[in-house]
Ligand binder design. Structure first.
Ligand SMILES: Cc1cc2nc3c(=O)[nH]c(=O)nc-3n(C[C@H](O)[C@H](O)[C@H](O)COP(=O)(O)O)c2cc1C
Length: 404
């Protein structure tokens, strides 16, 4: 199995249909996002779309001729049947914004313009991004048409809710260009984790001393977040149990926010039965205050120490519930990396452990890169130096994929 990184997108082609909704003005920004990811974009515009954004703009940002006519007077490639050639070239069809009219035509198989004809002639996946007035969207005709498309396997990106250009409030806004680009990237990724449920813990835990003070650690959740994103991109069903972090997790993941080690343990136990793979990337507190004070400890209280107790050991608690699940742990070590990690893997009954060299610059907490080793009971699988957390996430998932 190949390692799937963003570089693979460079070989992909998106046929991008733009229809006559007011949000067509966002189309050039979507193109910039796609071409920025290395994707080749061929724009097809309906007549109505050209009332809102000009072909010259799309031509400039795609760097290619824009397709507008079913029967061009002079075809740029006279020897090609344009809608068939475009359809055959597509790895994905993206329609954004998709008008109510266009959705109705796709649902009924109408092929009366270049865009509808091209999509009908294609075999590639289709991503439709509806955008319209809230009442047009909730109209049973539009909803029935969207249902027909969903049942046929067409991907529908739900419209955002908010203030609409027409003056109404509600559902119908085209999602932001970055969100659409992310959805396209995901659909173009190799879906080798489809059907696999992955539970990932992320971030630190915070152990409260009183209402204003707490004990925590330096974890930012970056490694966990990279794993969440990579697993989602590869088609896994992902649930995240996260301590307090300043991160927007990938939009496809279900996220449960917790604060303490005890809460994380409860959330992991509750979710475990639904997962095939558990990745414990969170930095769970080892020690928690023995007593929580309901009132703020005052300066004048002359506090000289805080009594600590061992926190909930999540991995030990869930060891008996392992069954066929694949357990992955993380270890942050400053010395005897391999020996300490191997010992932890054995004690906790893990199938794999990723040990980080936290003392090294460009590794461990808050860093965008990581250095360390990946160990299984068979031995050391990989010794990596300063690789991006995103690449490391894919590497870890590659190893997991070979084993589940
Ligand atoms: C100012 C204006 C804004 C419009 N915005 C939308 C819209 O956001 N969504 C939509 O479905 N239709 C919208 N329409 C209606 C479409 O342009 C119309 O249904 C057209 O036939 C769509 O053609 P197409 O699907 O071939 O692009 C708008 C019309 C006007 C005049």
């Amino acid at each position: 199995m190949g390692n799937t990184t963003g570089e693979d997108l460079a070989a992909k082609t998106v046929v991008f249909g733009i229809t006559g909704g007011i949000a067509a003005y966002k189309a050039p920004l979507i193109v910039r996002g796609l071409t920025g990811a290395g994707i080749e974009v061929h724009a097809v515009m309906t007549d109505a779309a050209r009332q809102f954004v000009t072909p010259i703009t799309l031509q400039t940002v795609t760097g290619r001729p824009v397709h507008t006519e079913m029967f061009p007077a002079i075809s740029p490639n006279a020897y090609e049947v344009e809608h068939i050639a475009l359809a055959d070239r597509a790895d994905l069809f993206l329609i954004a914004p998709a008008t109510a009219n266009c959705i109705a035509k796709l649902a009924q198989g109408i092929a009366d313009d270049l865009l509808s004809c091209t999509v009908l002639a294609g075999k590639a996946p289709v991503l439709v991004c509806p955008s319209m007035n809230v009442n047009m969207l909730s109209n049973k005709a539009t909803q029935d048409n969207l249902d027909i498309l969903r049942k046929r396997g067409v991907h529908i990106l739900e419209p955002a809710v908010g203030e609409l250009a027409c003056g109404w409030e509600g559902a119908g806004r085209l999602p932001e260009p970055q969100r659409i680009v992310a959805e396209v990237e995901r659909l173009l990724f190799q879906q080798d984790l489809e059907g696999v449920s992955v539970l990932i813990t992320c971030g630190p835990t915070c152990e409260d001393i009183d209402p204003v003070r707490f004990i925590t650690n330096r974890s930012t959740g970056k490694m966990g977040s990279a794993l969440v994103e990579a697993a989602c991109m590869r088609g896994a069903k992902v649930k995240v149990i996260s301590g307090p972090v300043n991160i927007d997790y990938a939009p496809w993941a279900e996220v449960v926010m917790v604060r303490s080690a005890q809460q994380m343990l409860a959330a992991v136990k509750e979710s475990l039965q639904y997962c095939d793979v558990l990745i414990m990337a969170a930095a769970v507190a080892d020690y928690v205050p023995s007593v929580y004070r309901d009132a703020k400890i005052k300066k004048g209280d002359k506090l000289s120490s805080i009594a600590l107790s061992s926190s909930a050991d999540i991995l030990s608690e869930i060891k008996p519930m392992k069954e066929e699940r694949f357990y992955v742990g993380f270890a942050a070590e400053t010395e005897n990396l391999a020996a300490s990690a191997k010992d932890k893997m054995t004690r906790k009954g893990l199938d794999m452990i990723v040990a980080n060299r936290v003392e090294q610059a460009g590794s461990g907490f808050a860093s965008d890169t990581n250095s360390g080793i990946i160990i299984t009971p068979e031995g050391i699988l990989d010794d990596f130096e300063q690789i991006e957390k995103e690449s490391l996430a894919h590497k870890i998932l590659d190893f997991i994929r070979e084993r589940v």
